[in-house]
Write a protein that binds this ligand. Sequence first.
Ligand SMILES: *Cc1c(COP(=O)(O)O)cnc(C)c1O
Length: 227
Amino acid sequence: MTTLMERFDLVRENIYAAAERAGRSPDDVELVAVSKKHPVESVSEAFQEAGQELFGESRVQEALVKIPALPSRLRWHFIGHLQANKVRKALPCFELIHGIDTVDIARDVDRVAAEMGLFPRVLLEVNVSGEGSKHGFTPEGLERELEGLLALPRIQVEGFMTMAPLVKEAEAARPYFTKLRELRDRLAGQVGIPLATLSMGMSGDYEVAVEEGATLVRVGSALFGGR
Ligand SMILES: *Cc1c(COP(=O)(O)O)cnc(C)c1O
């Protein structure tokens, strides 16, 4: 059995090494510790023992219970599928929303943010694999809608997020990460803003994602164990 601290050390070392292999600065990659379905105590331990301050949650309801029970210096990202009826509760809790996956939810977030006086930072979710089970814009849909989404007055689109298909070998996820990076590079050129954030890579494939340009990796089970 490894300790929580050892697992954080290992994942951080792996991120560092992957960045170096790709000739990137390790400082340009941030670890989002995905604490969904794990108790407040585990988050607290990760903060106190491993110094982790950034956490990811995928259910608003669960986050609303956890966040107030933990130190206010912790930072939270919403990584799940956001439902329209949860937007009002979610917005004040999260510094970044990874999974804006339709024009409708983007408009909802924008409208509610205006009512609440907020300018939420968001990522657009892209379904690069085309799997029917996955949320997100198709690459073509994203290209079609991007200008309109950037024109919404409140949301601040900082980049893209994707989930690779579940694969046995991490290497098999590489083409999906490459595709998201190349799509970003092309669209950023078209619209003339950097779209610098790429959220990609989970426990099974985060090293490959870092090699392909991830700036945020969302790692759960490799840190906290199974759910
Ligand atoms: C659960 C989840 C993760 C973390 O998955 P692990 O395989 O446990 O690392 C990452 N991203 C999203 C969107 C998730 O829902």
